[in-house]
Design a protein around this ligand. Structure first.
Ligand code: ARG
Length: 671
């Protein structure tokens, strides 16, 4: 049962005699902050009192009078200025627990009107190795797809691979100039990766050399700004006529200017590191001197590919499957699947048609040789074809939208893509209406950046991004140290063999990376910190997984040789038929927590907010831990107490497992 929704409907009725717009107030229902005051609280009386010109306590009293909730709640109480406190009846909690136990969906209702939703996620640019930045779209998108599916929506996942862009120009160039065909044929994935890195390194080297000089100018300008700002602030400090507010403003100004200097210095440092890495290596610097303007050459190779040049096309066809093997290995390991993988190349032949179509609708303008669409409310146009005839990322997205609409008839498309592409999606979405596709709801499910320990976008020392696979390996090996260390292993009965340890390390390590990503607010940046991720304490997957394993360990002991699934059924049946009873407040808190599962998972669906579900699982695991410490489950003399507690343990296990599975995270039966 979704109590806030039920309460909302009841409040609508109660509010009707008091206002013409009951729905403005009916939703003001929160879980109570302190169990002393009940389980839920309505704050509707205060704002409504203002509107109708009465005291809020009077309004609250009237609402309580009208409210019909006695089937579910004890007598409502008015507190403070007019908070309405509601406490669930224990009998309702017992019923819910019993129903959830008998329900495969653990009490979460299914949609009666399924929508077709396309989730466009992961979508890496292949040919270059996957890096930490790709984790977010992959993990968040997978979680959203799983959640929507769980609700019964008609979900279609599509990996919009970047399989047609400059990155292929890079490996084609690398292959032609530095590649050894025999080596590539024998060992394609690492060889192509190496060629990508090498070519890219040369491009970055040449770019770095060009920008160091301008950066030096920028630095000296920033330094003199910072000095001026500091002087102004210092002077202000001793000026007695100045208000503290203004002093503070100047201080902030000076601090910001100093930070800008530091940021530029850090950029220069990283440019210099790129330059040094090449200059200090005889072989690399020889290559750099022999190959100038690599970036232009790469653009030429890319253009040739797009124009249908037979040789480049043949290389592309040869390389693409290898690049896909590489990313598929990671998807396998992350347990992420796609219904479709229609990359950018799939749309290539449709791009000219998009430009023609937009032109025939009178939407395009030629500007400086390029074909553009000027959109109301935007400073700059959307360019859909460059002067040299090349199409753009946006053109492909328009073609993709058209194709998806005609082929799949979606109600909604979610684009799970970095916040830094916000402007692109705003413009692109603004084009849907004039293109006659306004009926499809388009959502940019954006997310923040993964940061390294220094608080800057995560990179290795040489400046290139850290490969995703090595991060996964690292997390798994640290997970093993945490959960399979000798002290813990000594307590395992029966002992844990090497194979089981490895399996658990994989489940915990991969789970840790996913959970760390999902538990942060989607749009904020977060610091990648493996030790924190795999810790057994705190808001981590490891803690939630461990809590699950604890529930299973109790059930195993209780089942006393019976198979666990069979035993769980015994509990389900018993819970459904035998009366339950609460003898300790921690039992009730746990039951209430479990009942809120639907409220938490709904946040993922409505707000695309996996972090709400993580928070819930963490709270549930903590509540379970307090329950465990205070409520002896096995060997309790009173059969109905033991039965109630076993039911709570069983349901806790179910909720934690289901919740984690919606996040895309596995559990181990013991750890
Ligand atoms: N390949 C793009 C990138 O790595 C992301 C694509 C996202 N999907 C889309 N339909 N634009 O930046």
């Amino acid at each position: 049962m979704h109590l806030p929704n039920v309460l909302q409907a009841r409040f609508v009725q109660a509010l009707e005699p008091l206002t013409d717009s009951p729905s403005d107030y009916a939703g003001m229902i929160r879980p109570a902050a302190d169990p002393k005051f009940g389980d839920y609280q309505s704050n509707a009386a205060m704002p409504l009192a203002k509107r109708v010109g009465k005291t809020s306590r009077d309004v609250a009293a009237e609402l309580v009078q009208n409210l019909n909730v006695t089937d579910l709640f004890e007598e409502p109480e008015v507190a403070g200025p007019g908070f309405i406190n509601l406490r669930l009846k224990d009998s309702v909690l017992f019923d819910s627990i019993q129903q959830m136990l008998l329900d495969e969906r653990v009490g979460v209702s299914k949609t009666t009107d399924p929508k077709k939703v396309i989730v466009d996620f992961s979508s890496p640019n292949v040919a270059k190795p996957m890096h930490v930045g790709h984790i977010r779209s992959t993990v968040i998108g997978d979680c959203l797809a799983r959640t929507l599916r769980f609700y019964g929506e008609d979900v279609l996942t599509d990996n919009h691979l970047g399989d047609w862009g400059t990155q292929f120009g890079i490996i084609i160039y690398g292959y032609r100039n530095f590649g050894d065909p025999a080596k590539v044929a024998a060992n394609p994935v690492p060889e192509l990766s190496a060629l990508y890195r090498l070519t890219n390194q040369l491009i970055e080297y040449q770019k770095a050399k060009q920008s160091v000089a301008t950066m030096a100018d920028k630095l000296s300008a920033a330094k003199s700004d910072a000095e001026t700002a500091k002087e102004a602030s210092d002077q202000a400090e001793s000026d007695e006529d100045l208000k503290p507010k203004d002093k503070k403003k100047l201080r902030k100004n000076a601090e910001a200017a100093t930070r800008r200097v530091a940021a530029i210095e850090a950029d220069i440092k990283s440019l210099k590191a790129k330059i040094d890495a090449v200059d200090s290596d005889a072989e690399l610097s020889k290559l750099a001197s022999e190959h100038s303007d690599v970036d232009l050459a790469v653009l030429r190779e890319t253009a040739k590919l797009h124009e249908g040049d037979a040789e480049n096309l043949a290389l592309w066809k040869e390389f693409l499957p290898h690049c896909q093997d590489e990313i598929n290995r990671i998807y396998d390991r992350l347990n992420v699947q796609f219904d479709y993988t229609l990359g950018e190349s799939f749309y290539h032949d449709r791009l000219a048609g998009v430009v023609e179509h937009l032109t025939s609708l009178g939407l395009t303008t030629k500007s400086d040789g390029a074909i553009c669409v000027f959109l109301e409310g935007f400073d700059s146009p959307m360019i859909i074809q460059k002067r040299d005839g090349a199409f753009l990322y946006a053109t492909t997205d328009l073609a993709t939208l058209q194709y998806r609409r005609d082929e799949f008839h979606p109600d909604e498309i979610l684009y799970v893509v970095d916040s830094r592409q916000g402007e692109h999606f705003k413009k692109f979405f603004a084009m849907a209406e004039p293109l006659g596709m306004g009926e499809v709801q388009l959502v940019h499910v954006n997310f923040g950046t993964v940061l390294g320990p220094d608080g800057r976008p995560m990179k290795t020392r040489s400046g290139s991004l850290i490969g995703l696979e090595s991060l996964l390996d690292d997390a798994v090996s640290r997970a093993k140290d945490v959960v399979c260390n000798p002290d813990r292993l000594a307590t395992m009965d029966p002992p844990m063999d090497g194979e089981e340890q490895q399996q658990i390390a994989e489940i915990v390590g991969i789970g840790a990376i996913k959970y760390a990503d999902l538990s942060h607010h989607r749009t904020s940046d977060y610091k990648f910190d493996v030790d924190k991720m795999v810790a057994l304490e705190g808001n981590t997957a490891t803690y939630v997984q461990y809590s699950y394993a604890r529930t299973q360990s109790i059930l195993r002991r209780a089942s006393d040789g019976e198979g666990l699934p069979a035993f769980e059924q015994v509990i389900e049946q018993a819970a459904a038929t035998q009366p339950m009873t609460f003898t300790h407040p921690n039992e009730r808190s746990l039951a209430l927590m479990l009942m809120r599962f639907e409220e938490a998972i709904e946040q993922v669906r409505l707000n695309y907010a996996p972090n709400a579900l993580c928070d819930y699982l963490f709270e549930t695991a903590k509540t379970y831990s307090s329950f465990n410490e205070s409520c002896r489950v096995l060997g309790n003399d009173d059969p109905s107490v033991m039965q109630t507690r076993l039911a709570l343990v069983t349901l806790t296990g179910r909720v934690l497992k289901k919740g984690l599975s919606v996040l895309g995270i596995d559990v181990a039966e013991r750890m």
